[in-house]
Design a protein around this ligand. Structure first.
Ligand code: SAM
Length: 269
């Protein structure tokens, strides 16, 4: 079978088929266009066929490739971690603004693949990052990413703040689970393959956010900031929650598609 025939017969999105075949062959995607008539032999042929079948069955492209690009980083991912999203790149931008105004001690809550902590550390090496997750396999993935990037982050296994004692940070940033357990979106796209622990924020979707808003003030220095990613329809609820807890200068920001997808506030006791 040739390169062109394999891509045509894969019965998955054409660009995804090209990305998967390029990955299997260890070439750039551009190479495929100049080598359409080249034969593809075993074992690449079988591996590509397995990947295409898995993709048709709903396995996310990122899990098949084993990575997802996030800002300047190529992050290893597996079934224990959320596939890093473009929306979260905006949250990192906001965190970096805070770091640039002096918030050097940063805590990433629910780090998953390490996306937020690692992007902050790589882009602002003078920041000191601590990152926690309650899923030990997710932490292993984040640590492996840190090793391959050659950066230092303090990784801790913790159920939110439980293992953090009385430590305080200048900035707490989190992309917590925020989808309601009964939300039909959980059955769509890549979500069925991603871990519930990374997606579901209880029945209301807001349970993790409410817990984080409640407890973050104990771990923020005066003047410190909390930045949270949330669903496109949750900004009002998150603002209200932060107001009730006593945060100030609360504001939401929009993602690349214009949706209010993150909210932050400053802690002034
Ligand atoms: C939406 S994912 C975000 C992952 C990563 N920060 C990102 O933006 O790609 C939420 C993360 O929170 C973690 N998590 C869920 N409940 C937690 C808890 N009670 N304590 C600590 N981490 C938790 C999950 O394991 C998951 O890695």
């Amino acid at each position: 079978m040739t390169v062109r025939e394999l891509i045509q017969q894969a019965r998955i999105d054409r660009v995804e088929a090209e990305i998967l075949l390029a990955d299997v062959l260890g070439v750039e995607r551009a190479w495929l266009f100049a080598h359409g008539e080249d034969p593809v032999a075993e074992p690449a042929l079988n591996l590509f066929t397995d990947h295409a079948n898995a993709r048709r069955d709903g396995e996310p492209l990122a899990y098949l490739l084993g990575y997802r690009d996030f800002r300047s980083l190529r992050l290893g991912v597996n079934r224990h971690v959320l596939i890093p999203r473009r929306e979260t790149e905006h949250l990192v931008e906001w965190a970096i603004e805070c770091i640039d105004t002096g918030a050097k001690r940063v805590l990433d809550l629910g780090t998953g693949s390490g996306a937020i902590a690692l992007a902050c550390k790589v882009e602002r090496p003078d920041a000191m990052l601590t990152a926690i997750d309650c899923i030990v396999e997710a932490l292993a993935c984040a640590k492996a990413n840190a090793r391959s990037l050659g950066v230092q982050v303090e990784w801790l296994e913790s159920h939110w703040f439980e293992q953090l004692g009385v430590a305080q940070w200048d900035l707490v940033v989190s992309n917590p689970p925020y989808i309601s357990a009964s939300d039909a979106h959980l059955q769509q796209g890549d979500l069925p393959a991603e871990p519930d622990s990374a997606l579901v924020g209880g029945q209301t979707g807001l349970e993790s956010i409410e817990h984080i808003v409640e407890h973050t003030p104990d771990h923020l220095v005066p003047g410190g900031w909390l930045l949270l990613e949330h669903g496109f329809d949750q900004a009002d609820a998150v603002i209200a929650c932060m107001q009730d807890r006593g945060f100030q200068h609360i504001c939401s920001r929009r993602d690349w598609s214009g949706q209010p997808r993150m909210t932050g506030g400053q802690w002034q006791p």
